[in-house]
Write a protein that binds this ligand. Structure first.
Ligand code: GLA
Length: 744
């Protein structure tokens, strides 16, 4: 077919006189779709909120004829040869589908959000049908009345006479106008999570995926920010932010075809996961969350943080406790005296919670190192003869709360659980299992309802017996290496990845129904499960096993794109750092940890009195700024990824009466020239008084105690000395500042 003939057919398809502009709005965003019965639903606009008159005159995008613009393109019966959102094999073997609008309606929604809060908004339901088959696909678009976020998802119902096979089932597709668009996304691995990548969208495909099976934030992450007018800037420019709300394998595809648009697709990864949908069954995809901000990347982040704190994170209206976790302090060397000493030490520094990490369990097989006992959640009586009873009593005595580590989805082959239930592990039929951590770790098969009951019972038993347990660290330290389920029937082996995550969510729901209050940390070999797919059931996540302060500046920067500080567990640890062997100053370690949810991961016994006093002061300071950090608005100011050895960010309270400014020098040179960092987010008319926190200098900064208008601070910033004014024996190459600003 020549191009002009193609264009005229496309024109007939796209310019339909009976098309209705269907509009959805949040406080500052508008999405407009072009919908008409009998045609494919199309995209018209997503961006800043439109006035009624602009909405009425909203034109078709230029060259729309050549841009197919479908919001849920199906494979097999369409003019477009580009990526599609949906494909299935019908019961009769036909591989083609065509999805046209049968009906659509908008309705007001008031319902429970995933974290239990009540959300209100509008829901658009578009009912799609294949003219040749009775199957129904619903596309949902749901707004929030108080945050700038629209969630989209799909459900697919098989109304044929027999089972059909879904081979592609993205949650959503969003066309993004070509105009010098940059994608900002995150790559990582163990101990280097959330590394920011920024690339211009070019012709062809950008694919971001995860096939870990369990830890879908370990490598590439499923959140992407699109800067629409060149490389993203933190506090200006148009940005579309996207996040897939799912804990399992996913695929994000951005297809830039021969049209005027990039097409963003997000959903469950269909690789080796074709889904057999029985007659009458419905398959529901995960949600994709979209936001738009004209206040740059930080603006989109603030939208995610507000939405996350209100609707997708547990207890985000409660300040988080300052804790000591035992892992880097003692590893598996757990005993009553050691735990009590740590409780006493964290309490003496002003901490509020002590968490006993790995190593406390196992009877027949003991957890002396990482090669045994996962699955046997009974106290190791040789290490802890007086049991958890004494631990909770010791915590009480020392005036701190008590928390405990578990890894409930796992077993070791050296465990009583595995001896009893070898059929409970994920493993392909007929194969010997491939073993993970410690040479013995295997993953339990959460597709199996008995395994779901068992995993629930681990938490249930602990919390029923010891209601004093205030905090659980839920870990998951293995990928799926054995692709097969001993529970699923042979014909449905491809359901493993999807059913596992359904099982996991169902367990989490049961736990939250019975234990709504307990604080639960989401950890997976570090930050392997930092995902909104799980956060509704958790209070926070462990950012990384790498606690080196300098590396954390980069990882926390990337993590902050979509996750709020209240969820980012950030701990002061020992030097040389256990992951990197680098020695940084205690001040830098405190200053970096205080930009997230502050904690400690260290053996206090090995700290000097001077170091303890410094941490005590840092904890006191953190208590003062905690509401600003944990509930405030984030403004990233200067990216460590710029490569000019400086990073800076700040949090501002909602009322704009308090702010905390962080400044980190990343490397030291003889000839140093750093820019003065302009602040953001302040009230230009308010006067803010400067107070440096965690000060080590012999003399206060010249600006200490002085007041500046928000206007001045945002136009000029404050000069930060490049080094610290300390005695020679205290000098090192690190330099950082935490400045508290309070309006008079
Ligand atoms: C994982 C976690 C660590 C620690 C260990 C315990 O690596 O990320 O924080 O809990 O497991 O084995």
């Amino acid at each position: 077919m020549n191009k002009s003939l193609f264009l005229s057919i496309a024109a007939m398809l796209s310019l339909n006189a009976s098309a209705e502009k269907v509009e959805l709005s949040t406080p500052h965003n508008t999405l407009v779709l072009n919908i008409w019965k009998g045609g494919e639903p199309k995209f018209l606009y997503y961006g800043q909120k439109l006035s009624a008159s602009d909405l009425a005159s909203l034109p078709e995008p230029t060259n729309a004829n050549w841009s197919h613009l479908e919001i849920y393109p199906a494979y097999g019966a369409s003019h477009t040869q580009s990526e599609t959102a949906f494909a299935m094999k019908h019961a009769d073997g036909n591989l083609s589908s065509q999805l046209v609008v049968e009906d659509y309606q908008k309705s007001a929604v008031t319902e429970k959000a995933p974290n239990g809060a009540t959300r209100t908004g509008e829901r658009l339901t578009i009912t799609l049908k294949d003219p040749l088959y009775p199957n129904i696909v619903h596309l949902y678009y749901q707004t929030y009345s108080d945050v700038d976020m629209i969630e989209c998802w799909t459900d697919i119902t098989n109304k044929e006479k027999a089972t059909v096979t879904l081979t592609q089932f993205y949650s959503s597709c969003m066309p993004i106008r070509r105009q010098n668009v940059y994608a900002h996304h995150f790559h990582g691995s163990w101990a280097s999570e959330a590394q920011l990548t920024c690339e211009k969208l070019n012709n062809g495909i950008l694919e971001i995926k995860n096939k870990d099976g369990l830890r879908n934030a370990m490598s590439d992450r499923s959140e992407v920010m699109f800067s629409l007018d060149g490389k993203g800037r933190e506090n200006e420019g148009d940005v579309i932010g996207t996040a897939l709300v799912y804990s399992g394998n996913y695929r994000i595809t951005v297809d830039t075809d021969d049209s005027e648009f990039h097409y963003y697709f997000a959903g469950i990864n269909p690789d080796n996961s074709e889904y057999h949908l029985k007659k009458g069954e419905t398959f529901t995809t995960p949600h994709v969350a979209y936001t738009f901000s004209s206040e740059g990347l930080s603006g989109a982040s603030r939208n995610f943080h507000k939405w996350g704190r209100k609707y997708h994170l547990r207890h985000a209206d409660r300040e988080r406790d300052i804790l000591l976790n035992s892992w880097e302090g003692v590893y598996f060397d757990i005993n009553h005296e050691g735990m009590e000493q740590m409780m006493h030490d964290i309490a003496s520094m002003g901490g509020e919670l002590f968490v006993m990490d790995d190593g406390w369990f196992g009877e027949k097989y003991r957890r002396l190192t990482d090669n045994a006992a996962l699955g046997d959640w009974v106290v190791d009586k040789k290490k802890l003869p007086e049991g958890i009873e004494r631990l909770v009593a010791d915590a009480k005595k020392n005036g701190v709360k008590f928390g405990i580590w578990i890894e409930p989805e796992m077993a070791n082959t050296t465990s009583e659980l595995y001896e009893k239930h070898p059929d409970w592990i994920i493993k392909a039929p007929g194969r010997e299992p491939i073993l993970g951590r410690g040479g013995t770790q295997v993953v339990l098969d959460l597709c199996n309802p008995k395994v779901q009951d068992y995993v629930f019972s681990i938490v249930d038993n602990l919390l029923t017996k010891y209601p004093e347990i205030a905090y659980i660290k839920w870990d998951a330290n293995a990928p799926v290496m054995n692709h097969g389920s001993q529970y699923l029937p042979a014909a449905d082996q491809s359901h493993l990845n999807i059913e596992y995550h359904k099982g996991l969510i169902s367990v989490c729901e049961r736990i939250r129904a019975k234990y709504p209050d307990v604080v639960i940390q989401d950890c997976a070999s570090g930050g392997g499960r930092a995902t909104y797919g799980l956060l509704p059931y958790f209070d926070e996540f462990w950012v990384s096993d790498n606690t080196d302060a300098l590396q954390r500046i980069y990882m926390q920067w990337g993590t902050s794109y979509v996750f709020p500080a209240i969820a980012m567990a950030s701990h002061i640890s020992a030097v040389p750092n256990h992951a990197l062997q680098r020695t940084t100053s205690l001040k830098l370690r405190c200053d970096v940890a205080m930009s997230g949810r502050l904690g400690m991961e260290i053996q206090p016994k090995h700290m000097t009195e001077e170091e303890k006093a410094f941490c005590r002061q840092a904890i006191t300071n953190y208590k003062m700024i905690r509401p600003v950090v944990q509930f405030g608005d984030l403004y990233r100011l200067h990216s460590p990824y710029e490569g000019d050895n400086l990073a800076s960010l700040m949090y501002v309270s909602e009322a704009k009466d308090k702010a905390v400014f962080y400044w980190y020098k990343l490397e030291t040179f003889k000839d140093e020239h750093f820019p003065c960092i302009k602040m953001a987010g302040l009230n230009p008319d308010k006067m803010y008084t400067v107070k440096e926190l965690n000060r080590i200098d012999n003399n206060p900064l010249p600006i200490e105690g002085k007041s500046f208008s928000g206007k001045y601070l945002m136009a000029n910033g404050l000069e930060m000395p490049y080094s610290h004014d300390v005695d020679n024996n205290k000098k090192n190459d690190w330099s950082s500042r935490v400045i508290y600003l309070e309006a008079r």
